[in-house]
Design a protein around this ligand. Structure first.
Ligand code: SF4
Length: 432
């Protein structure tokens, strides 16, 4: 079971690949398994509560199974997790790359194992198992970065995932080419802090260079970026995307706040003027961007006025959707020591206000597409009998199913709004 982010989904596949290579089989239900692996997340207190609930539920479903806990919560509170019924091992983020050796040690000694902490020494990119894709048969993640050296004051990631490290460009191009040859039509670049890609090679524009290299791979695929920190979104970076036929004009930029004083306390290295410049420059280059963002509300000391600055900026922006999180204090991070604790009721009230704004921004985004046509990749996914896919800019598009659409890039004319996207009709089929 995988909890948390896309990177965790990738890591789970990497772990499973090691077990499969050793002749193990995966089963659908925990109740049929000899070994259950739970890959955990620690990003908020809620995420950690989910980890504990998941461990209890796995044990209830299969009291005979042995449970192995891996990932970020394993890294953060190994002793606590080792006390859960059924748990035979706790394996940290660096150690999971050698999980078979660890499980063999358990098999020999029959003593629960705790192997964590090595991530603090992880300073270089290590070879990854080459995965055959991950998001189904149409789209695949490609992990090109791990860890983070930025130390935003609220974030526990640098402690749990280690220093920022990037896959060399040539290796990323090789792996992407391999996935494209396998027939994947969308490659989604992922990492812990993708916007810091290349910083460990002293390359301040590493992500731009990576995109330039990936853009040269021939084929009928598209490339999508996972979350990219604002400091990586330079004029050159935007131009490379805007000029490309393959790189999606979709950016998820975790702004976290749109108030300078809050950004300073978060140790984020950009200001509201930079955010404005990013959006203005992007829309000067092309009109069809999809922009998403993460926002934290109730950061210590966030006044009503500072929250309102964020809300008002977003309201006036052309951002298409928001993911909103109440601030969650993570032990060991600098933000825990900041004054100005915001009580839960006020945080929830701010979450509600931004959730309403998210709905408004999405509606405006959908409406901008009415009557226009856009390129859509349909997946093997149906909602209310309609086939679902994403446009290049991540617009959710639905269409009446017809044969041969799945896994193809097709032009769709947008006709009407639906509850969480738009509905359209086939415009003109691109040659496969
Ligand atoms: S850049 Fe992202 S991962 Fe790195 S410390 Fe800041 S929030 Fe955490």
């Amino acid at each position: 079971m995988t909890l948390g982010c896309k990177l965790n989904q990738y890591d789970s596949e990497m772990v499973l690949a090691q077990f499969r290579a050793a002749g193990c089989e995966t089963v659908e239900n925990a109740s049929d398994a000899d070994l259950c692996i739970v890959n955990t997340c620690s990003v908020t207190t809620t995420a950690e509560r989910k980890v504990r609930n998941t461990l209890r539920s796995v044990y209830r479903k299969n009291p005979k199974a042995k449970i192995l806990v891996i990932g970020c919560t394993a890294e953060r509170t190994p002793e606590t997790l080792s006390g859960f019924p059924g748990v035979i091992g706790i394996v940290g983020n660096a150690e999971k790359e050698h999980i078979l050796e660890i499980i063999k040690r358990y098999a020999e000694s029959k003593t629960p194992v705790i192997e964590v902490g090595g991530v603090s020494q992880s300073v270089k990119w290590t070879d990854q198992v080459r995965l055959d894709g991950l998001l189904g048969r149409t789209r695949s993640f490609l992990k090109v970065q791990d860890g983070c050296s930025q130390f935003c004051t609220y974030c526990i990631v640098p402690k749990l995932r280690g220093r920022g490290r990037s896959q060399p460009i040539s290796e990323a191009v090789d792996h992407a080419s391999y996935l494209i040859d396998k027939g994947f039509k969308e490659i989604v670049l992922t990492g812990c802090a993708l916007g810091t890609y290349g910083f460990d090679f002293e390359m301040s524009d590493g992500l731009t260079r990576l995109l330039v290299a990936l853009d040269k791979i021939p084929g009928s695929h598209r490339i999508r970026l996972g979350s990219v920190e604002p400091w990586a979104v330079t004029a050159d970076f935007l131009r490379v995307i805007a000029d490309s036929e393959r790189i999606c004009p979709h950016l998820h930029i975790p702004l976290q706040s749109c108030d300078d004083s809050v950004l300073r306390r978060m140790n984020r290295r950009y200001r509201v003027a930079d955010i404005r410049e990013i959006l203005d420059s992007a829309f000067r280059l092309r009109e069809d961007w999809g922009f998403g963002s993460d926002i934290i509300v109730g950061f210590p000391g966030e006044t009503d006025e500072q929250f309102e600055n964020t809300r008002a900026f977003l309201y006036d922006s052309r951002i298409s959707y928001l993911h909103v999180f109440p601030f969650s204090s993570r032990p060991g991070t600098a933000a825990t020591k900041l004054p100005g604790f915001i009580e839960s009721g006020l945080k929830q009230n701010r979450v509600k206000q931004l959730a309403a704004l998210d709905a408004e921004l999405r509606k405006r985004f959908y409406e901008r597409h009415l009557g226009k046509s856009c390129r859509v990749l349909f997946e093997n996914r149906y909602v209310n009998g309609l086939l679902a896919g994403h446009a290049d800019n991540y617009l959710d598009v639905y269409i009446v199913p017809s044969p041969g659409l799945i896994g193809k890039h097709v032009e769709v004319k947008i006709e009407k709004l639906s509850t969480d996207g738009v509905e359209g009709a086939l415009h003109e089929r691109e040659e496969p």
